[in-house]
Write a protein that binds this ligand. Structure first.
Ligand code: AQP
Length: 339
């Protein structure tokens, strides 16, 4: 039996941070040899949240930065195909076809839509509502077996399964499913990284305060400054899992994940520490962990031709699978074949 196929992506909206790394990219890298990986830059998803004012120079440059970071973080092209979502037009086309079989109320029930719609007030576009159908198309086009998901994306993956099952039921044959139902690939515990300004909110690209996150490309002096300024509490002795101390739990978790230590070991090492002792330790650990990524990133971005060739190859491989699925979907729906 061949390897199972995994599909995942990150939106190219700048400020790639430790949450994106520890919650997504590092996990892909660690498991990559076990699977056949299709990892993309989700640039069609990136415009579902309006950018005001819109800067048309950002999308392409943020895309290249993200691809370079994927490679710098250790994605290996022997195991992983890296491509840009908008370069494979089947994503948009399958979205339309799936839109026509997806009940509106399924989308209106999505928690992320409700939350983001509240934030956007009157400026909610159809794309935001339709985001989960595009995500379903992303996954189903590649007949993915597994999709790495965090808590926030679980509901969207369930919707993807519901859409695939509905399609198969309405248009497939009893003995032959057109679309494969994907399973979640559950992340290791502790990979949810919280904001440096508030331990109850997740670290996020769109947080207006840059002090709330450590970006993967932050230079050492900036990392030092951010950790010096980050929110803590007045209690001496550092502990995990105290609901009254979300910042403490987050910073210890960051240290544990980046130092590659066991939770027990970190708990014992830090139980009598004050912040004055722990912060320099965490700062050095972050700087040392990001140094090889930043050096590799620098080398990769100096060779734009290489990045372009990675994306050309990625697009070809992705298109070969995506177009095949799209043709099967269209055949099942009864479309005529272009002459
Ligand atoms: N704080 C986080 N902790 C753990 N994982 C995280 N991810 C994002 N933030 C954290 C994971 O990174 C992947 C890519 O995310 P995305 O670009 O699709 O969008 P997102 O989840 O909405 O990421 P951001 O940074 O929070 O973006 P904004 O601010 O634009 O909403 C996903 O696997 C995600 O779980």
């Amino acid at each position: 039996m061949g390897k199972q196929r995994v599909l995942s992506g990150v939106q190219p909206t700048g400020n790639y941070h430790l949450g994106n790394y520890l919650g997504a990219i590092r996990n892909w890298v660690e498991g990559q040899s076990e699977y056949e990986n299709y990892l993309f830059v989700a640039d069609l998803h990136a415009i579902t949240v309006p950018q005001v004012p819109y800067d048309s120079t950002r999308l392409a440059s943020d895309t290249y930065t993200l691809v370079a970071l994927y490679l710098a973080c250790g994605l290996d092209l022997d195991y992983s195909t890296i491509f840009v979502q908008s370069h494979v037009s089947a994503h948009s086309e399958l979205t339309w076809l799936l839109n026509c079989i997806t009940p509106l109320n399924w989308l209106e029930d999505m928690i992320q839509f409700k939350e983001k719609a509240v934030k956007q007030g009157e400026n909610v576009n159809v794309g935001l509502l339709d985001y989960p159908v595009l995500m379903a198309a992303d996954i189903l086009l590649y007949q993915a077996d597994k999709v790495p998901v965090g808590e926030d994306q679980k509901q969207h993956l369930e919707l993807t399964r519901d859409i695939a099952a509905r399609f198969n039921h309405q248009f497939g044959k009893p003995d032959q499913q057109v679309l494969k139902l994907p399973d979640p690939l559950i992340r290791k515990e502790g990979a949810r990284v919280m904001s440096l300004a508030d331990g109850t909110r997740k670290m996020s690209k769109s947080d207006p305060s840059d002090l709330s996150r450590i970006n993967l490309l932050d230079p050492p002096d900036q990392i030092q400054y951010k950790i010096k300024r980050c929110k803590t509490d007045p209690i001496r002795g550092l502990t995990f899992d105290d609901p009254e101390r979300p910042e403490c739990n987050n910073l210890l978790t960051l240290y544990m994940l980046l130092a590659g230590k066991a939770k027990k070991e970190v708990a014992a090492q830090c139980q009598d520490m004050g912040w004055g002792q722990f912060k320099p330790l965490l700062t050095d650990t972050i700087i040392e962990s990001l140094k090889p990524i930043q050096e590799k990133y620098q080398a990769i971005t100096e060779d734009k031709g290489y990045l372009e060739s990675v994306l050309r190859d990625g697009r070809q491989k992705a298109q070969a699978i995506a177009n095949q699925t799209l043709a099967q979907v269209k055949a099942a729906l009864g479309y005529s074949v272009p002459l």
